[in-house]
Ligand binder design. Structure first.
Ligand code: DUC
Ligand code: ZN
Ligand code: ZN
Length: 472
């Protein structure tokens, strides 16, 4: 089956140009000047006035993550279907090794959850919840034999996922040897737990105290500590997940200026939402926005140069290379409600997998980000960072035909009433965004068009990934 996408503007990391795209089966066969005569195709998709961009690559999702006595509300079927609706055609989810568990058992459990249930292609990182001799050996095995080349460690959540500095150093030394990427949740969890317990003891139990007890300097401190540990371990490739704070970004920038293999992502929630406006909503409403790191105060660190301003700047300068979602949805009813009367018991997470392409495109519409940077941060760089390039993240001959046709003249209104995530509320309720996902192809199949989903769970295949292709 040959498909021709004609009349659109193809956007890639090198710029935008009017080009037609020919797809043969599951892959891109050719790009050529618009309207070239004599091209035979079984199906023609007209993209006049629209952008033709690589399918989005969201490298940070948590389908069914066990957390706080419950599980993230999207499974692989609902979560990857919602991703597809939003123009994301690849996710990398986090398989989990809990403390005391064998790494390979955690991985097998994640394959069982995902296998046959995904609407789009998917890969895994591994959360290392218990770094010991066995787990370190397992890292080699996963890199060599399982197509898993990135490992998340937590400086937060003592007693749950937490690694101490010695465990972090040992995992980094292992990654220096085998070429894996260490992904870091950088918040000083030991100090945070003291502040949180003190707040609860004072009766400060509302959701907003989740943010107040996790100040940005404790993300900055942990970020710096991790860069030092990576330096000691031999310039280990280090990638900070969900970076939210100016202090943390400054440490990433300094390490990068020193020539080190240090990278970072941010997430839409940190680009738009704030501690006062969302987390501080009246009553228990703010629980919808409890995630870690937390939403940051509106006017910090400076009223005229906020965390959000710095994050947009970081996206322009590549100190922030990627936008992911940290998609980790929990319903308000029965899940977020577990923390009524004690914010420390609110399951941490926000659901955004459906809206990332739109929310970052909003930066283009507002003049904060170039079209090319939109595609780079949402598709091309995540694919390169996590060893999927050029199969994913680019429109060029030989690549998988994962393509989004994006209409810059339409608008998107976000609401729980219309989204496709298994979530009874939206952290983005009422957001009106310039731009709209029009058509989505996954490996040559049209899975979204004309406001309808045409894909199927089970279409998505597991992606064995290579080492990071973004190292310097
Ligand atoms: N942060 C969250 O908000 N949820 C899950 C894990 C994490 O690091
Ligand atoms: Zn995290
Ligand atoms: Zn996460």
């Amino acid at each position: 089956m040959k498909t021709l996408i004609t009349g659109g503007t193809v956007v890639g990391p090198l710029g935008a140009a009017p080009l037609d795209v020919l797809i043969d089966g599951e892959t891109i066969a050719a790009l050529f000047a618009p309207g070239l005569q004599g091209v035979a195709a079984d199906r023609v998709i007209y993209a006049t006035g629209k952008y033709v961009v690589p399918g989005g690559v969201d490298v940070h999702t948590h389908m069914r993550l066990p957390f706080g006595g419950t599980f993230a509300s999207d499974d692989f079927a609902s979560g990857t279907t919602a991703a597809a609706w939003g123009g994301t055609t690849t996710v990398i989810d986090f398989a989990v090794q809990r403390t005391g568990e064998v790494v390979q058992d955690g991985l097998a459990a994640w394959h069982a959850l995902a296998d046959g249930n995904c609407a789009i292609d998917y890969g895994f990182h591994m959360i290392m919840g218990g770094v010991d001799d066995e787990a370190l050996k397992a890292m080699d095995h996963l890199v060599e034999h399982e197509g898993i080349t990135s490992f998340k460690l937590f400086m937060a959540y003592p007693g749950v996922f937490y690694s101490d500095d010695g465990q972090i150093l040992r995992a980094m030394q292992k990654a220096t040897d085998n070429g894996a990427l260490i992904m870091m949740h950088a918040e000083n969890g030991i100090a945070i737990d003291v502040l949180a317990a003190q707040a609860v003891a004072r009766g400060q139990t509302d959701p907003v105290y989740h943010g107040i007890t996790r100040p940005s300097v404790l993300e900055g401190e942990a970020t710096h500590r991790a860069t030092v540990l990576a330096q000691v371990a031999g310039n280990t490739p280090l990638y900070f997940v969900h970076l939210s704070a100016s202090e943390a970004l400054a440490h990433v920038s300094a390490a990068r200026t020193a020539g080190r293999n240090v990278f970072a992502e941010t997430c839409p929630q940190y680009l738009y939402l704030t501690l006062e406006d969302q987390l501080g909503a009246p009553g228990f409403e703010g629980a919808k926005w409890v995630a870690s790191p937390p939403l940051r105060p509106r006017d910090e660190p400076h009223r005229d140069r906020t965390h959000r301003d710095d994050l947009w700047r970081g996206l322009r300068t590549d100190d922030l290379a990627v936008v992911s979602t940290d998609h980790c949805p929990f319903c308000f009813k029965d899940q977020k409600e577990l923390g009524r009367g004690d914010f420390t018991k609110i399951p941490n997470g926000i659901g955004t997998v459906e809206h990332r392409m739109d929310l970052v495109y909003q930066g283009v519409a507002a003049g904060r980000l170039s079209l090319t940077r939109w595609v780079e941060t949402c598709a091309t760089t995540p694919a390169r960072m996590f060893g999927l390039y050029p199969r994913k993240g680019i429109i060029q001959p030989g690549s998988d035909a994962d393509i989004v046709i994006y209409d810059p003249d339409a608008t998107t209104a976000i609401s729980a009433a219309s989204h496709h995530m298994n979530l009874d509320h939206s952290a983005w309720e009422g957001f009106e965004i310039a731009g709209k996902v029009d058509t989505v192809l996954s490996r040559g199949s049209v899975i979204v068009s004309d406001g309808a989903f045409h894909g199927r769970t089970g279409h998505g295949r597991f992606l064995r990934r290579g080492l990071s292709q973004y190292l310097r």
